[in-house]
Design a protein around this ligand. Structure first.
Ligand code: DOR
Ligand code: ZN
Length: 362
């Protein structure tokens, strides 16, 4: 039996004393970037999480085993020598990806999973997959060797409304893909809609989803609140309120198909506040605080440990982290900006106070 989280002083009246101890969480979807940005942001993720699935969408994508080994070494070099954080590397699928490269990387333990970006769906996805047909042999291999496929689930055709792209993907791409490869294990990443949550719930046990803190917190109005809000723009974009409520219900349900993946995606402030602003919300510095706020609002703090620390390892067939971490019910102020990459990045929740504070290892 998994250890039940302990909540001391949980009564609403004793807000400042409340403490939550949970198994050390992992982040099952993060963008750590490279170079100066990597050096600026890696420690935020390593401070809060035991492991992280690291996205491969670098300007030169991670398509080879050697790329992943080198990138992993750069991530570890950006952290203190005694770090216990473990980066889990992913391969970036292209139309020309070689199935044997993938299977040898998986066999060696270098690749934990492979990521499917539909071409031109998001940041650095121009080398992504143009059609499922192009990667059928790769998917067959992945199904055979039991290597998880991580999916950015949006169609990219310009005729499809940007707010419908995930739901259309689920219906026109994911359903057929699932039928064609019924044993392929799939994570639908950063889901944003009721349709995606329903698909995952109804699919067999080989299908799961990650949910970000921002999609639990904001709906699409946040992008237009009194003016254009580039720091609330990410892909897939936030949707209508009813979708946000569906995601909250899924995340706090205790259903092991839904687990934590921040999709923390830093871009320098100038690149966000631009004529063509980049997609991505940088939530790594206060990720656990952001999730704890949502779970507390839903009266579901007892469900946080499963979502953050147990369901992800179960899906990936990895051991549970043995350490525990402490969250305290004490306000924490999120700064307006943080230094990064010779410029600045704006953290999610900037300028506000979050009610739960991450205290570190127990
Ligand atoms: O908002 C996003 N930013 N969504 C993605 O899929 C990619 C990410 C990034 O790399 O900036
Ligand atoms: Zn992402």
């Amino acid at each position: 039996m998994p250890k039940v989280p302990t909540i001391d002083s949980p009564s609403p009246g004793s807000a400042t004393e409340g403490q939550l101890v949970i198994r050390r969480p992992d982040d099952w979807h993060v963008h750590l970037r490279d170079g100066a940005m990597l050096r600026a942001v890696a420690s935020y993720t390593a401070h809060q999480f035991g492991r992280a699935i690291v996205m491969p969408n670098l300007p030169v994508p991670v398509t080879r085993v050697q790329h992943a080994k080198d990138y992993r070494a750069r991530i570890l070099a950006a952290l203190p020598a005694d770090t216990t954080f473990e980066p889990l590397m992913t391969a970036y699928l292209t139309d020309t990806m070689d199935a044997s490269e993938l299977s040898s990387g998986f066999g060696e333990g270098v690749f934990t999973a492979a990521k499917l970006y539909p071409a031109r769906a998001t940041t650095n996805s121009q080398h992504g997959v143009t059609s499922i047909a192009a990667i059928e042999p790769v998917l067959e291999t992945m199904q055979r060797i039991d290597m998880p496929l991580l999916i950015h689930g949006e169609v990219t055709s310009p005729e499809v409304d940007v707010f419908d792209r995930e739901a259309v993907f689920v219906e026109t791409v994911l359903q057929p893909l699932r039928q064609r490869f019924p044993a392929l294990r799939i994570v639908l990443e950063h889901i944003t809609t009721q349709e995606a949550a329903d698909f995952v719930m109804a699919a067999g046990e080989g299908v799961a989803a990650t949910i970000t803190p921002h999609h639990l917190e904001i709906n699409r109005n946040a992008m237009f609140d009194g003016g254009l809000r580039p720091h609330m723009y990410c892909l897939p974009t936030a949707k209508r309120e009813r979708h946000r409520l569906a995601l909250r219900a899924a995340a706090t349900s205790g259903n092991p198909k839904f687990f934590l993946g921040t999709d923390s995606a830093p871009h320098e402030i100038g690149a966000k506040e631009s004529d063509c602003g980049c997609a991505g919300i940088f939530n790594a510095p206060f990720a656990l605080e952001a999730y704890a706020k949502v779970f507390a609002e839903e009266n579901a703090l007892d469900k946080l440990e499963g979502f953050a620390s147990e369901f992800g390892p179960a899906f990936y067939r990895l051991p549970l982290n043995q350490e525990h971490v402490v969250l305290q019910r004490q306000g924490i102020d999120v700064p307006e900006r943080l230094p990064a990459d010779e410029g600045w990045v704006r953290p999610f929740h900037s300028g506000s106070t979050l009610p739960w504070r991450y205290r570190g290892l127990a």
